[in-house]
Ligand binder design. Structure first.
Ligand code: HCB
Length: 225
């Protein structure tokens, strides 16, 4: 039964069918399937299939937009369940999250934000197409412990370096940890631009955020006077 449900979830994304995607998410919750399982085994593989078909020229931009809509519809149902878990946990840290300048991909970032919230982090999502300067200004204003930067295009990945530089320029680099992610991003890239860590998916991002918080607790930096 779950196998069929996961396949139907994948199909709802490939077909760009928001109502079906949302119905399946509700059915899954009613059947006791964990929201994260539905995301990882049902909907995300659907998004990957869409990316592959787009790359092969078998899908076009409007199709990809419809698939994104279906993904959002499913996430709207599952998000609520995941966030309930976070309300019961002690505050784990403050995260400012966004997609780099020039990039409007948001699904992965939203997923990262949802899982961080579900694990007790207070997440401020700045949205998409966010400049390094805005990341820095918001990190200061919101007293962020961690800045999470997403990029899905090889052309916008380099703007992650711009975020690291903006935080340095604002004098915040020693107080704020930076984690990067997104389909074209690698650990090596994270090291090259001077970020503190890379996460390949949302669960890894939670583990990374926890370990960055631990590092900060072990080596606290005095707030500037
Ligand atoms: Co878009 N697109 N797209 N797209 N798109 C990609 C990314 C391609 C790989 C598709 C392909 O060619 N195979 C490709 C990029 C090629 C490249 O640069 N190498 C591409 C392209 C080319 C484009 C346009 C340029 C197409 C055009 O206009 N001709 C255009 C660019 C617009 C722009 O940003 N300026 C475009 C537009 C779109 C939309 C709008 C139709 C839509 C986005 C809608 C939205 O987000 N609201 C879209 C989509 C949906 C995709 C694919 C199909 C899926 C992306 C997705 O949601 N994945 C994608 C194909 C793919 O990635 N395989 C395709 C699912 C999520 C869950 O995975 O990797 O985003 P994720 O996030 C993970 C992970 O990376 C990590 O955790 C997340 C959760 O597990 N993570 C972090 C992410 N951020 C993190 C931050 C952290 O701090 C830590 C971890």
């Amino acid at each position: 039964m779950p196998e069929e449900t996961f396949l139907a979830m994948q199909r709802s994304i490939v077909d760009g069918a928001p109502d079906t995607a949302s119905d399946l998410a509700q059915q899954a919750l009613a059947a006791g399937i964990a929201p994260l399982e539905a995301i990882n085994l049902g909907y995300v593989p659907g998004m990957h299939a869409v990316g592959e078909q787009f790359a092969r020229g078998q899908m076009f931009l409007p199709d990809m937009m419809a698939s994104a809509e279906a993904m959002r519809a499913a996430m709207a149902v599952l998000d609520l369940e995941l966030k309930k878990l976070g309300a019961e946990r002690p505050m784990a840290g403050i995260v400012v999250l966004g997609t780099t300048k020039g990039d409007i991909h948001e699904i992965g970032k939203i997923l990262v934000g949802t899982l961080l919230s579900a694990h007790g982090f207070r997440v401020h999502d700045l949205g998409v197409d966010v400049s390094g300067e805005k990341f820095a200004a918001q990190a200061r204003e919101l007293h962020a412990d961690i800045v999470g930067v997403s990029a899905l295009l090889t052309t916008t990945m380099r703007n992650q370096r711009g975020v690291v530089e903006a935080l340095e320029k604002a004098g915040l680099r020693s107080q704020v940890k930076i984690m990067v992610g997104g389909a074209p991003v690698t650990r090596r890239w994270a090291e090259e631009i001077g970020a503190d860590g890379y996460a390949k998916d949302a669960m890894t991002a939670v583990a990374l955020a926890r370990s960055l918080m631990e590092q900060m607790a072990q080596h606290p930096v005095a707030e500037p006077a």
